[in-house]
Design a protein around this ligand. Structure first.
Ligand code: SF4
Length: 260
């Protein structure tokens, strides 16, 4: 049984305690979530229910801990010397947009200090607060987990339409974007859908990079710890052949494709 999404608590997460962000954890020298060396804040709570979620302990909007925005800014300032020209702060998750009002404050404060801001999101929301947040965001990392509505619902429990709307909005304002694609054998490796995904985004000018993230099973123990049955039992990491096939398709549509 997957933890149901707690809508009322999620709204409170955005509206209450404006000086605090509810976080799962903090990484001080992250190199996987955006350019350069980054402080990565993993926000607590998520509305998706991906069958392969590697961070199932970030889903509960009541979990994690409240940390003052002031404290996060001070920690980032202490790291400025390590960020170099490319690095900065990434907010990942869980799903950061659940706390969009607080992230506006956080990103503004980081920009006041000259620190680069990056948002790693599933794009489930596009309201006025999200739009304002994007004006304080230097780079968006957007997960588009499946181009087909039905498969997206099977894989994540929700529609892909909001995510596609966020992508289109970022293109309309020219916000630099990295697109991410989790490659899951039998679920998101269908060549016809990978082609469709590529065609959908190929004319976007704001895309700087497409990252293929091969599925792995590293987070399965968290499901067990939480008393949940893992969503993709028996599914293995993609073979070299599947990875190459997918990479070759994406390369037809995008200049910069990275297989991670
Ligand atoms: S969007 Fe990310 S955190 Fe949320 S369920 Fe999916 S993989 Fe997990």
């Amino acid at each position: 049984m997957y933890l149901p999404f707690q809508e009322i608590e999620a709204e409170e997460l955005n509206d209450k305690d404006p000086e605090f962000i509810r976080i799962h954890s903090l990484e001080t020298f992250g190199t996987h979530d955006g350019p350069g060396i980054r402080m990565v804040v993993f926000a607590q709570g998520c509305q998706f229910r991906c069958l392969y979620c590697q961070n199932a302990d970030t889903l509960d909007v009541r979990g994690g801990q409240l940390v003052q925005i002031d404290e996060l800014v001070e920690r980032a300032k202490r790291q400025i010397g390590y960020f170099g020209t490319d690095g900065g702060v990434t907010v990942s998750g869980g799903e950061p947009l659940l706390q969009r009002s607080k992230l506006i404050t956080f990103f503004k404060r980081l920009h006041d200090e000259g620190i680069n801001t990056c948002l790693d999101t599933n794009g489930r929301l596009l309201d006025d607060q999200v739009k304002e947040l994007l004006t304080h965001t230097d780079l968006i990392l957007l997960d588009v987990k499946h181009i087909n509505e039905e498969w997206h619902r099977k894989l994540t429990g929700v529609s892909n339409k909001p995510t596609l709307q966020v992508a289109a909005y970022c293109e309309s304002i020219g916000l630099p974007m990295w697109l991410r694609y989790v490659l899951v054998p039998g679920w998101s490796d269908q060549p016809e859908y990978v082609e469709e995904w590529g065609k959908h985004f190929t004319d976007y000018k704001c895309i700087q990079r497409v990252e293929i993230l091969p599925y792995h099973k590293l987070g399965t123990h968290k499901w067990e710890m939480l008393g949940m049955d893992y969503g993709l039992p028996g599914v293995e990491a993609p073979s070299a052949e599947i990875k190459k096939r997918t990479l070759d398709i994406f390369k037809k549509y995008f200049e910069n494709v990275q297989l991670r």
